[in-house]
Design a protein. Structure first.
Length: 169
């Protein structure tokens, strides 16, 4: 477990991360969490007094990582870039569960299920989390149907979103 205080940062022009708000986790701090690790991994803990879990630390090279802070979390924290934040973090070893409704639908679709199970667990989680985060039943149903169609076509999550965007007006 690590505890430290740092400033919230925001990328300017930085490729796909342009505009992201994040916390920098230095190489020395990341090494205390997960020694000799260079890949993304999940953490849990506290940001000020807000409990978090399942958030990914993303490698940035030279051993440093970032912890992206979505707008909803920043709103809870009532903080933006430039503000100080107190963190207490540890590796989150909890098992990620597939959305129950998606599991039921996959049981009835052998082709989609077969491709879904061939994906890395972290990639399966993209689909599941996207479905679980739907705010209405109607949105959840649409997301499940979109996911099943994508899986039947052997599309990963990114390809599904790109194709979905192409079809949007």
């Amino acid at each position: 477990m690590i505890s430290f205080e740092t400033e919230i940062e925001k990328f300017g022009e930085h490729g796909e991360k342009t505009g992201w708000t994040y916390i920098l986790i230095s190489c020395s701090l990341a090494e205390k969490l997960k020694p000799e690790n260079k890949k993304s991994f999940r953490v849990k803990g506290l940001l000020d007094e807000i409990e978090i879990s399942g958030m990914a630390l993303i490698p940035m090279g030279n051993g440093d990582f970032i912890l992206p802070l979505k707008a909803a979390l920043r709103k809870k924290l009532r903080k933006e870039a430039g503000k100080k934040l107190r963190l207490t973090l540890e590796v989150d070893k909890s098992e990620r569960k597939t959305d129950a409704d998606l599991e039921i639908c996959l049981e009835n679709d052998e082709n989609a299920n077969s491709f879904f199970l061939s994906l890395a667990p972290s990639h399966r989680l993209y689909f599941s989390k996207w479905i679980s985060e739907a705010k209405t039943i109607e949105t959840k149903e649409i997301r499940i149907l979109t996911t099943l169609k994508a899986l039947r076509l052997h599309w990963d999550f990114g390809k599904m979103l790109r194709e979905k965007k192409k079809l949007s007006p």
